[in-house]
Write a protein that binds this ligand. Sequence first.
Ligand SMILES: *Cc1c(COP(=O)(O)O)cnc(C)c1O
Ligand SMILES: [Zn+2]
Length: 407
Amino acid sequence: MAYVKALRCKQCGREYPAEPINVCEFCFGPLEVAYDYDGIARAISRAKIARGPLSMWRYAALLPVDADNAVDLNAGFTPLLKAKNLGRLLGLSELYVKNDAVNPSYSFKDRVVTVAMTKALEFGFDTVACASTGNLAGSVAAHAARAGLKAFIFIPADLEHGKQVGAAVYGPTLVAVKGSYDEVNRLCSELSDNYPWAFVNINMRPYYAEGSKTLGYEVAEQLGWRAPQHCVVPVASGSLLTKIWKGLNEFAALGLIGSVDTKMYVTQAAGCAPIVDGWNSGKMLIRPVKPNTIAKSLAIGNPADGYYALTTLRDSGGSAVAVPEEEVVDGIRLLAETEGIFTESAGGVVISGLKRLVQSGLIKSDEVTVAYITGNGLKTQETVEDLVRPLIIEPTLTSFQEALKGR
Ligand SMILES: *Cc1c(COP(=O)(O)O)cnc(C)c1O
Ligand SMILES: [Zn+2]
């Protein structure tokens, strides 16, 4: 059973019944799930969590759905790896990589989609839909297949080929829109008024977003029930960043971990960095931009949770960093060559962003730091295509020896 009390407006605090709605009628603020934390406190403990499934559903008491009927591909409980090689290179002795690239559809989006899809079934929808920057497409298509729901997936027409294939294979109706993600999203908002569908990141957004909290819970559990000192996060709409922060603070409020002294960091690519710009302006204000970046999964020019991402940076004492476009691939290569993890462009942004945060003195050598790797490199192979330069040889020993000499 879920411990949901209501939906509450993040702006004015008005409460609404838990329905498929996402905006406050009075002030147009976003709605967020409010919980009965006393009930949760009675139901949850470290021991109970540890006995739970090896997936994000071990935190079911803190999610807004009935876990017994979950649309579940086993998202979550991904590795938290101590990154000794990369740490040595950057001068960090306590660096960890949260490898969420190994989820069922190869990105962290499975965490949000499994919750949204479960809620869509609870509400009785027979069709799900989404506006995607890439990874959401594959995850919604996969979970819809598993749930036996019809799926409409709206993507910008210039999306990486690997991400289109990674959605199309599950058999949804894939709609390529000739426009940016922000235009796709605007179209989907209009569609959601005209079609009785569950748009996972529009009318289901309050539930959807809660799935990201598990990236806070899991890291805290895997660190031995404590919060890290620094979380370095790739940011598009801003939702993931705010929910990691919410997750850590819920764990502390429930007594599952001690106090949270975590600083949160936004990383974005320079070609689409409206939240970094907003932070640097010091005005707590987001000015929309027109994205032009190779980090397509982060290419949201008008971020829905941008303001809340800024308040999270302020409340946690964190900061924000934009990574020059040419350093995105450097970050992908650095993580692959030092730790054996192949991430997509968003992960390249995180690793190069981390490097800059260390150089600027914000992260110090012995502080527990987690870099969130949220998507898989096999989906954006074109970004590192020119690394493929094999020695081409005949199937003979001499040919190999000659090639080796000439290398
Ligand atoms: C969607 C996405 C993000 C960021 O998500 P928001 O919650 O919209 O900020 C980060 N990394 C990857 C790989 C993504 O696909
Ligand atoms: Zn309101």
